[in-house]
Structures are given as C-alpha cells and as structure tokens.
Design a protein around this ligand. Structure first.
Ligand SMILES: [Zn+2]
Length: 117
C-alpha cells in the first residue's frame, strides 16, 4: 500500500498572521497577566509577532473557587485561518485548540493560589 500526502494536507495548519505555524495547542504561549480582569492571554509563540495576542480565556471566582467562563480567539487570527483553510476546517481546529488550552494547559489550581495571595 502506498501512502502519500498532497500539498493541501501539508498546508492545512493553523498559522498566525505573522507566519508562525501553530502545530498543536501546546505551541501557544499563555500568560496570566490580567489578574483583576480574570483573564489568561493566549499569545503567538513567535516573540517578534506584531499581533501577539491571539485570544483569551476568561474565568470567574466564586467563594474562592476558580471556574472557566469563556475562551475565544480574536477575529484577525480567526479570519486569516478561515481564509486560508476554509471555514469548516479552521473553525473546527481552532475550537479544538481552545478546548485543549482550557482543559489541559491552564493550571487552574495555580491561578486559584495566585488569586488567594
Ligand atoms: Zn504571530
């Protein structure tokens, strides 16, 4: 059996507007800077990216417990990928990335501790 891939399969990757390939959800940089806004920023892994902020994860605190509220990518990043990869594939992949970030990458315990101090 032969197995090959086509050009479109090679190019079917999420890219930042700056050209940085984002292979997996672990490629994003996450920064918990907006403590008072209860937000974690999702940043492009390229340090010289002109866009920098690609999205955010919002959470809320109730009785000292941190819980997830909302996660989103900003429109320049989404539009760019939709234009390149087609709406269906881009939206599906970006949603998977958000889900993975929220479920596996954010250290909710650490945020809770940081907020308590
Ligand atoms: Zn970038």
């Amino acid at each position: 059996m032969r197995l090959g891939i086509s050009v479109s399969e090679i190019e079917r990757k999420i890219l930042c507007v700056c050209g940085q390939i984002i292979e997996t959800p672990s490629d994003y940089m996450l920064v918990f800077v907006k403590k008072e806004m209860m937000e974690v920023d999702i940043l492009c892994p390229n340090p010289s990216c002109f866009l920098k902020e690609l999205g955010y994860v919002k959470f809320k605190v109730e009785e000292g417990k941190v819980s997830f509220e909302k996660a989103a990518f900003y429109s320049p990043f989404v539009t760019w990928n939709v234009a390149r990869l087609g709406r269906e594939f881009a939206i599906k992949t970006l949603k998977e990335h958000l889900r993975e970030i929220v479920k596996k990458r954010i250290e909710w315990d650490r945020i809770e501790k940081e907020l308590a101090t």
